[in-house]
Design a protein around this ligand. Structure first.
Ligand code: SF4
Ligand code: SF4
Length: 71
């Protein structure tokens, strides 16, 4: 299976959770231990090992926060 890694421009995240809802592998979640400059808990990868590199999260994000790297 394809493997992927996700990187985030966390300062742009508005915590809308669209990416969380659409990720088929439940990789993503808001980081409750962090607050970005806009005052939101930003996105993070909680199950990065499960990422398949599909890129759906990056397509769904309206704020271009997510960059997917395929391995
Ligand atoms: S690339 Fe696909 S599997 Fe990986 S975090 Fe994004 S939506 Fe989930
Ligand atoms: S990364 Fe994008 S889609 Fe995901 S919560 Fe942040 S703003 Fe929303």
């Amino acid at each position: 299976m394809a493997k992927g890694r996700v990187r985030f421009r966390v300062e742009r995240c508005k915590a809308c959770e669209l990416c969380v809802k659409f990720c088929p592998k439940e990789v993503l979640a808001l980081d409750k231990n962090s607050i970005n400059p806009m005052g939101y808990h930003p996105i993070t990868a909680v199950r990065e090992d499960a990422c398949n590199g599909c890129g759906i999260c990056a397509v769904m994000c309206p704020d271009l926060v997510i960059v997917v790297e395929r391995e």
